[in-house]
Design a protein. Structure first.
Ligand code: NDP
Length: 348
């Protein structure tokens, strides 16, 4: 089965890498250098346009930022619709929105092309390991065929309902993550301000009922290790919370907390731009610089006030913008913050 994979971003590239060996695989990426890099590293063939990629394929997979990005690739002389074969299957692994996907599915159906939404969960680590959870929306028959391809990177493939069901599931999952990040930061700040050492607070939380993915994994694995991997961009999480808010609105559910979280994440994006990552959130949490400010805006004003503002040594700290590419570098940590973090037993 010939697969075309469009969108070799942070998670798309490791997903596509699993499709090289079953092959044949054609890849396309808007920034062509990324596709060339992928082919040099993993194999496959790079196509010159979405049309050329789709023309070669039995299955077309997209993994772009938003559903609007996917829609934007359909039309025009170089677009997917100009190349895709009738009878092909289109799988959208973008964390997209149900309404746009239903429109895309209808347009593809006019050409005899089946569509299923298939967003993933498990992060870039899960993509590399091939252990993602895939949340699928589509017709039974199409999903059956989709499984053959999705199992290359998906360990758990769940068919949740018609087109859009996968996207709804994914959006609500991520909205809960966002709520947790915010809630963790507020509570954690309060504990530290009340005089409890940060490391101990975290340890006790993690053996108690307030624990979450954020307290058990995000903070200890990506913050306290100093790894800060540039995995998932905050702007993408904000997008997911927005989709979840729309799903709730359309189903008549009062989503007060999710709506508020969307506002807080939107403020952060407006303040800081599109390229801050969740690891960036973590960086702030531990050390400061621009990221302290970001925590203040995005995750918790309380955290900034609680952990940093009233600390004389840290209160004078001027925010510094840390480029995305540098987030893996431990040496962005200012020395005073390192001292403070040692005193708090946050690092050795
Ligand atoms: P990135 O921002 O790293 O990559 C986005 C990809 O989409 C790039 O290949 C980019 O091309 C391409 N793209 C964006 N806009 C357009 C456009 N208008 N036209 C064509 N191509 C476009 O995102 P991720 O790989 O992290 O995420 C992809 C999707 O997967 C998102 O929906 C995200 O929410 C979801 N996701 C991500 C996870 C993660 O851990 N990263 C986890 C689970 C889901 P270019 O290289 O040219 O910029």
């Amino acid at each position: 089965m010939h697969v075309a994979f469009l969108g070799l971003g942070a998670i798309g590239a490791p997903m596509a890498a699993h499709l090289v060996r079953p092959g044949p695989l054609t890849v396309w990426n808007r920034t062509g250098g990324r596709a060339a890099e992928f082919v040099a590293r993993h194999g496959g063939v790079a196509a010159a346009s979405p049309r050329d990629a789709a023309a070669a394929a039995d299955v077309v997979i997209t993994c772009l930022g938003t559903s609007a990005d996917v829609s934007g690739l359909l039309d025009g002389p170089e677009g997917i619709l100009a190349g895709v074969r009738p009878g092909a299957l289109f799988l959208d692994c973008t964390s997209g929105d149900p309404a746009t996907s239903r429109r895309i599915a209808a347009r593809l159906a006019e050409r005899g092309v089946a569509f299923a939404d298939a967003p993933v969960s498990g992060g870039t680590n899960g993509a590399e390991a091939g252990t993602l959870t895939v949340m699928v929306g589509g017709d039974e028959q199409d999903v059956l065929q989709a499984r053959e391809v999705l199992r290359a990177f998906g360990q758990r493939i769940e068919h949740l309902g018609p087109v859009g069901a996968g996207h709804a599931m994914k959006a609500v999952n991520n909205a809960l993550l966002a709520v947790n990040i915010r809630a963790f930061a507020e509570g954690f700040a309060g504990l530290v301000k009340a005089g409890i050492a940060a490391r101990r607070a975290l340890d006790v939380l993690n053996t108690s009922s307030g624990r979450s993915f954020v307290s058990e994994s995000l903070v200890p694995d990506r913050v306290l290790t100093g790894a800060f991997p540039p995995t998932f961009r905050l702007a993408l999480l904000e997008k997911d919370v927005g989709i979840a808010a729309s799903v709730l609105e359309q189903t008549g559910v009062d989503g007060a907390l999710i709506r508020r979280t969307r506002e807080l994440f939107r403020e952060a994006r407006e303040e800081l731009g599109l390229n801050v990552t969740l690891a960036g959130v973590a960086l702030e949490l531990e050390f400061g610089g621009k990221q302290v400010y970001f925590v203040a805006r995005a995750v918790s004003g309380a955290l900034r006030q609680g952990l940093f503002d009233e600390d004389k040594r840290l209160g004078t700290y001027r925010p510094v913008l840390v480029p995305l590419a540098n987030l893996t570098r431990i040496d962005v940590r200012p020395p005073e913050l390192r001292t403070w973090a040692r005193e708090q037993s946050l690092i050795d």
